[in-house]
Design a protein around this ligand. Structure first.
Ligand SMILES: [Zn+2]
Length: 64
């Protein structure tokens, strides 16, 4: 009997979709990247709206 260590189909821990062998235990590379980002940065790498502080620099008063 040779026990193959095949991947067991399980839900993706990121999005709960069924995982695929190629990206096990994730469903896609994207979810694998998300998980990796979580480990690296501790935050979700979700494409959210980036809020750029769009403040004009004060102190630019050259009118003398
Ligand atoms: Zn997923």
């Amino acid at each position: 009997m040779s026990e193959q260590r095949a991947y067991a189909p399980r839900p993706c821990p990121i999005c709960r979709k069924m995982s695929v062998a190629a990206f096990h235990p994730f469903c896609s590379k994207r979810c694998a990247d998300v998980d990796l980002s979580r480990w690296l940065g501790g935050v979700y790498a979700v494409p959210a709206e980036e809020q750029e502080p769009d403040e004009p620099e004060p102190g630019d008063d050259t009118a003398h």
